[in-house]
Ligand binder design. Structure first.
Ligand code: PEP
Ligand code: MG
Length: 925
């Protein structure tokens, strides 16, 4: 019989897959002897069966019943016992934390009779009825499906009728009335009574939590965080403890280090006389955790002790939820806490200093995604624009955008290309789409652990919360702050590192970390580098020391090459020559295409030659002593010609007006029409071009060879390599090689300087991968063009499908992340492995790299390391990220945990230029 239920005493932190993160950590704390309210966990496996079949697995009810009986015996009271009820909480808890995205039901076990038992003494009456009110409300909406707004409206009506200001002013009679109204509401809306049987309440609550795995917000969150859809959630059933029993009770959240900066100390929020839900919801303003030292010194001291033990035990930043019930401290949750990018580097570095983890483990605690965030610009500190609000710096970074006041508006404007800042009193899980769409989130309530703060940090979105000085008026769609009224659409600048909001658009400065890389990755001798830079430096050195993969850059200008080198690139893995044919050189290419006969074509090519030579010379100089892989021309030729429709219209207009047609235009139109292809990506491009346009390969090779000669004459150490794109068959490569060898020999002879360049090929078509053994006989190296390999393996046109249907595919779970972003291991990855194996079998010294966008993707780096590649090549700005991830990949392969993240989680941000499009301006991440 499968075990679907585990007592807290039976689990442990290594069982998160089965018990969820929360369940596994509760079990771990119970094992450590920390005061955890007793309970048990229903496994994710039970959830998966329920979601697949619509039925709870056989035996689940019985197992829950047995564990409940044990719990009741230990507590000396039964669930819902009339005179003294045992009450339970039922909470979700998935493998990866999904804060607030699934359901919770509290106070299970209350009914019309046991509420009286709970209200044993007059001073507990209000508390008992408030608890019953919470249960009926949560159960009504979550389990029975009544729209939550009806309950809210009912509370508002009672408050108005009896002139109550806020919820705390509702007295016992009000609450009794509300409970009755809620029960009527449920009956009206569902035709069912609120169940009085505690066992039924428990059973249905468990199933409702299972179901909430597939709720809309949970699905959206998973998609965003790349958490697989098929994991399911565990359900934790735990004895209720109450933080709302008076001034000697309360609830709070604690971090063992500052999750924003990583600084050690006491961080967190505390809310006296409140349940945990009230803290996270940000409904009332919390006090800093330090204040607990004055309010309840004994509990504070105990909590500090537990915090230290947990951090030493987990050897990492822990985030903790606790409740104090009448002076007794209870630990409700702990987990390795989420943190900002800066904090990740700081904490890894500190823990290594403290000897709690090794240098290698420290590297496993950071990631390329976090590094990318540190490379983003910050606001210029010298900017004197008006500060209109200050709040809690909850998620760092700098963002500028137009303020909006609800999630739908944020989504609408963002879809139209506008940058927005979502402003709310506090956020709820329903605001998630707006938070995803926004550059920044600003709230007037709640602390570092409010919903807004936790979710924004997780997403890397800038957030300032608890900006108490602002008054948000969502109806009038404006907020006011210190006498300034800010209507919707006004541009503000939000600084999530300082917790400051400024009116207007503040200018940005590069990050210190970016500057550090720009300066070649060395710390200034005067020791003036800021701590985050020192932390990055330390972990980059560690990564470089352990990594097996080399990191090269995709660069096609001397400037990019020089930057890549400063960023630590060990050569150029892809120099796309097509970018050298654009701009004011385009007419020269046109001339090649339009040439009548060999003489004209040769003349046109000859005009291009010195320009190409000059480009190559600059790049070889910038990369002196390091390999520079130059790829022969790849895109379809028509990309260098004017648009067909535009030309036709111009000619037709001229004809209509009776002006004589420009013969050049007529000729161009004929050429464009002749060369038109329905599927240019699968047409005359790559090596095919070189084989049908006479002289093209020769011109490019000569330009490169002459550049090598020029560099050698200047005393340099040029290491050019020639790469042939889009090879399908070894015969293509063979033909091109003959021409390359011929030209290299010619140039050597003409100049008296020996020019030998390794000639290799891109592997970017399935046929090439499948015949790699044969191709390797003609190739000195392979470089996987995973962009083309992905599109041709999937049969996706890269430029069309991402916009057309990828969001639907991600929604439907066809893949958890775009295969253009993170390598598709099963399909494209299989081709890579075949090609590596067969290529190396044919030529053991074959050098193999990757130069598609995946070369700069953290998750893909681990695959390439495992597949035995020699190097990855990516855009200059991603070089540091690739270095870091290559180090982590080496550790992971050695068994040091470098992946405490969901499996498909990949760095977002700017990757390589879109194929053949303009090269993007400097951009980090
Ligand atoms: C590739 O296909 O992965 C590649 C690097 O070439 P391009 O993107 O220029 O087609
Ligand atoms: Mg390609």
């Amino acid at each position: 019989m499968t075990t679907y239920v585990y007592d807290f005493s039976e689990g442990g932190r290594d069982m998160a897959g089965l018990l969820g993160g929360k369940g596994a950590n509760l079990a771990e704390m119970a094992r450590m002897g920390l005061p955890v309210p007793p309970g048990f966990t229903v496994t994710t496996e039970a959830c998966r069966i329920f979601l697949a079949t619509g039925q709870a697995p056989e035996g689940l009810d019985r197992q829950i019943g047995e564990h409940l009986a044990t719990l009741e015996r230990a507590a000396g009271k039964r669930l819902g016992q009339v005179d003294d009820p045992l009450l339970l909480s039922v909470r979700s808890g998935a493998r990866f934390s999904m804060p607030g995205m699934m359901e919770t039901i509290l106070d299970i076990g209350l009914n019309d009779l046991s509420v009286l038992g709970l209200a044993k003494t007059p001073e507990r009456e209000r508390f008992a009825w408030d608890s019953y009110r919470r249960l009926v409300q949560m159960f009504g909406s979550t389990v029975m499906g009544v729209d939550g707004s009806h309950f809210e409206a009912a509370i508002v009506a009672v408050k108005q009728q009896h002139s109550r200001g806020d919820d705390t002013q509702l007295d016992t009679c009000d609450l009794i009335r509300i409970v009755e109204t809620f029960k009527d509401l449920i009956h009206e809306r569902t035709g069912e009574e609120f169940p009085q049987d505690p066992a039924e309440q428990l059973r249905r609550a468990v199933l409702a939590v299972f179901t909430s795995w597939n709720g809309e917000r949970a699905r959206l969150y998973r998609r965003r965080e790349h958490i697989p859809d098929d994991l399911g959630t565990a359900v934790n059933i735990q004895t209720m403890v109450f933080g709302n029993l008076g001034p000697d009770s309360g609830s709070g959240v604690a971090f063992t280090r500052d999750p924003a900066t990583g600084r050690p100390g006491v961080y967190g929020d505390y809310l006296p006389n409140a349940q945990g839900e009230d803290v996270v919801a940000g409904i009332r303003n919390t006090v800093p955790l330090q204040d607990l030292a004055g309010l309840d010194p004994a509990s504070f001291a105990r909590l500090r002790g537990y915090m230290d033990r947990l951090e030493a035990h987990y050897r990492d930043l822990c985030d903790i939820e606790f409740t104090i019930e009448r002076g007794t401290l209870w630990m409700l949750q702990t987990r390795v806490g989420k943190r900002t990018a800066q904090a990740a580097f700081a904490i890894a570095s500190q823990l290594a200093d403290e000897g709690l983890i090794s240098e290698r483990e420290a590297l496993g605690r950071v990631g390329g995604e976090a590094l990318a965030r540190l490379m983003f610009p910050r606001f210029a500190t010298t900017d004197s624009s008006e500060v209109i609000a200050r709040g809690v710096p909850a998620s760092p970074g700098a963002a500028v955008g137009a303020v909006v006041f609800d999630s739908a508006e944020a989504v609408r404007r963002a879809a139209a290309g506008e940058k927005v800042v979502l402003v709310r009193q506090e956020t709820t899980p329903d605001d998630l789409p707006g938070m995803v769409a926004a550059q920044a989130v600003l709230t007037s309530r709640g602390g570092k652990t409010s919903h807004a703060a936790v979710v924004a940090r997780g997403m890397g979105t800038v957030c300032v919360c608890g900006a108490e000085g602002i008054v948000v008026d969502t109806r009038q769609r404006r907020f006011s702050a210190g006498g300034v009224t800010v209507p919707e659409g006004t541009v503000v600048s939000v600084d999530g590192s300082e917790g400051v909001v400024r009116l207007g658009s503040v200018s940005l400065v590069d990050s210190d970390v970016m500057r550090y890389f720009e300066e070649g990755g060395v710390l200034p001798a005067d020791g003036a580098a800021r701590q985050p830079v020192r932390d990055v430096h330390r972990l980059m050195r560690q990564a470089d020391a352990v990594r097996g993969l080399e990191v090269r850059a995709n660069a096609d200008t001397p400037e990019d090459a020089a930057r890549a080198r400063r960023f630590g690139a060990q050569g150029i893995g892809l120099c796309r020559t097509e970018h050298m044919f654009l701009g004011d050189r385009r007419p020269l290419v046109e001339a090649v295409i339009l040439a009548h006969g060999d003489t004209e074509r040769e003349a046109a090519l000859a005009a291009l030659l010195p320009l190409q030579r000059q480009d190559f010379t600059g790049i070889l100089e910038a990369m002196d002593g390091l390999p520079v892989t130059v790829r022969l021309l790849d895109p379809p030729l028509h990309e260098f010609l004017p648009d067909r429709t535009e030309l036709a219209v111009r000619l037709a207009r001229g004809e209509a007006l009776g002006t004589p047609a420009d013969p050049h235009d007529t000729e161009l139109l004929a050429a464009v029409t002749r060369m038109h292809e329905e599927n240019p990506m699968l047409g005359l491009r790559g090596v095919r071009l070189g084989l049908v346009v006479p002289g093209l390969v020769a011109m490019q090779v000569r330009a490169l060879a002459e550049a090598v000669v020029a560099r050698k004459r200047a005393g340099g150490d040029p290491r050019a390599e020639i790469m042939v794109p889009l090879v399908d068959a070894v015969e293509e490569l063979h033909l091109v090689r003959e021409e390359v060898d011929r030209v290299l020999a010619q140039v050597s002879q003409e100049t008296g300087i020996d020019v030998t360049c390794p000639v290799g090929t891109m592997i970017e078509l399935p046929r090439a991968a499948l015949t790699a053994g044969r191709i390797a006989k003609e190739a000195a190296f392979f470089s996987f063009g995973t962009n083309d390999l992905t599109q041709t393996t999937w049969g996706f046109s890269r430029d069309d499908v991402e916009v057309a249907f990828f969001s639907a595919y991600l929604d439907k779970g066809v893949f958890p992340v775009s295969p253009f972003e993170t390598i598709d291991r099963e399909g494209v990855g299989r081709l890579v492995r075949i090609a590596v194996e067969e290529g190396r079998a044919a030529r053991p010294d074959l050098k193999i790299g990757v130069c598609g966008e995946h070369g700069g993707d953290p998750a893909s780096a681990h695959f390439f390391h495992g597949a035995g590649l020699d190097y990855v090549s990516c855009s200059p700005f991603r070089v540091p990220i690739a270095r870091l991830e290559a180090g982590r990949a080496a550790l992971e392969a050695n068994g040091t945990d470098a992946s405490a993240q969901p499996p498909h989680r990949a760095a977002r941000g700017r990757g390589e230029p879109r194929r053949h499009g303009p090269v993007p301006a400097a951009a980090a991440g």
